[in-house]
Design a binder for this molecule. Sequence first.
Ligand code: PNS
Length: 162
Amino acid sequence: MRRAVCPGSFDPVTNGHVDVITRAAALYDELVVAVLVNPGKAGLFDVDERMALLREATADLPNVTVDSFTGLLVQWCTAHDVPVIVKGLRAVGDFEYELQMAQMNRELAGVETLFVPTAPQVGHLSSSLVKQISAFGGDVSHLVPPGVNSRLVARREREGES
Ligand code: PNS
């Protein structure tokens, strides 16, 4: 059984993440999408919301499950017997840090990293840009799964009322 993990903050999941998850899911028997719980950094969505949005966005991928983790990613990998991390690479800017983490994760626990180049149509996408555009009233419906868009719109409307 070939298993891999696709880790990230996913605050919130974008179409760029869905592209990488979909393509990784085609390469492995089981793919776990793992959301980092970072107690030092409050996100826009809490971890349970991020996981629910990921489950919704990957509902048509039967071999994908969603989990969360704290601490080192390789500790989660060892505990769950998952030998491969899959990461999307958008542009050269991503590469330097991702390479460093990949080398460190292999050194720490022998966990390999597979890089998937994102599709060019979503290569410019990031969760932080999506949040910024939406907060100022921009339309992000073509950049994120429908459930994420409706949550962002609802949140903006709530905040506009207060
Ligand atoms: O979506 P992000 O924020 O780019 O995801 C980064 C993430 C969560 C994959 C990365 O920060 C991570 O693996 N964090 C867990 C802590 C860890 O293992 N650090 C050592 C890396 S060598």
